[in-house]
Unconditional design. Structure first.
Length: 305
């Protein structure tokens, strides 16, 4: 049986160069070896191969049939190694491979798509994959190695303390969504106390602490809950129908339909903090994506009157 341990990449490159040049001396000069070192290495390859690989001539050498066969495989192996090196260099440079991104739902309205668009323009060789989920689930996937970066928030359960690096991105204040016919729709800002008698369209089950409950308590009243709707698009429909008002994260403002207006709240407006989470050894592509997330700027978040 052939001893394949002798066929390392260095030996194969030396063997290939001797085969191409037809000379131990020429190969030695090109690769920076002595002629005797090349002869010894080729002799070791021939012992491992079980027979001669080169026919020694008066001037140089030429491949034996066994050498021709081995050279064909050596060229294929060296080509694969070269391509592997190029691919690894591209991955380490952030220009190839796959970037697996996780994000919570409202981050996928504008923040993540905007950063991804800019990333794709400058890194077309990177395959992009996206998973949507709640912060806790995204962190579980990140810790399990199933994500390369996660866009998370500290609401409603706080910021996870375990994992790799947590990069603060921005505050995501909550705006109030009103029908255009609402008495306060023409105001530049709205005092939460002026909404004390409004019916609120919420998603959280009753009794669960929310930013709305906390803010209303600070304003001196308990919000009157109305219909509970899980999806943002559903909330918008109920508000447009005049059945109540709701809070909308600034990140989701672009998705608000034209028959509603968004208004900032005066005073200490409720807000959450948005972060990017990275594993302990992040990919260069993930670091670049997080940089682009940090450059994201709010567009026109408050709709005109």
């Amino acid at each position: 049986m052939m001893n394949t341990h002798a066929f390392d990449a260095t030996a194969l490159r030396l063997f290939d160069e001797v085969a191409r040049s037809g000379s131990f001396t020429a190969a030695a000069e090109l690769l920076g070896y002595t002629q005797s070192a090349v002869s010894r290495r080729i002799a070791a390859l021939e012992r491992a191969a079980g027979g001669p690989l080169f026919e020694r001539l008066a001037r140089g050498v030429r491949l034996t049939p066994a050498g021709v066969s081995l050279h064909r495989h050596a060229v294929a192996v060296l080509d694969r190694l070269e391509r592997a090196g190029e691919e690894l260099a591209a991955i380490h440079g952030g220009n190839a491979g796959t970037l697996r991104i996780g994000a919570f739902a409202t981050a996928n309205v504008d923040l993540v798509p905007g950063a991804l668009r800019r990333f794709a323009e400058t890194h077309p060789g990177v395959e992009l994959r996206l998973v949507e989920g709640l912060t806790g689930r995204l962190m579980d996937r990140l810790d399990a190695g199933a994500l390369d970066v996660a866009v998370i928030s500290d609401y409603p359960s706080g910021l996870p303390v375990e994992g790799g690096e947590i990069v603060p991105l921005r505050d995501d204040r909550l705006l109030v969504a009103l029908p255009r016919t609402h008495r306060l729709a023409g105001d530049d800002t709205v005092d939460l106390r002026d909404l004390a008698q409004e019916t609120w369209i919420e998603a959280a089950p009753g009794g669960q602490p929310t930013l709305l409950l906390t803010a209303c308590a600070a304003a001196g009243f308990t919000p009157r809950s109305g219909l509970r709707v899980a999806e943002w698009t559903g909330k918008f429909g109920f508000v447009a129908a005049g059945l109540g008002v709701t809070l909308v994260p600034e990140l989701a403002a672009r998705a608000v339909p034209a028959d509603l207006v968004l208004r900032p709240l005066r005073g200490q407006a409720p807000a959450r903090r948005v972060y990017a989470a990275l594993p302990r050894t992040p990919l260069p592509a993930a670091l670049e994506f997080v940089r682009l997330l940090g450059e994201w700027e709010t567009c026109t978040m408050v709709s005109p009157t």
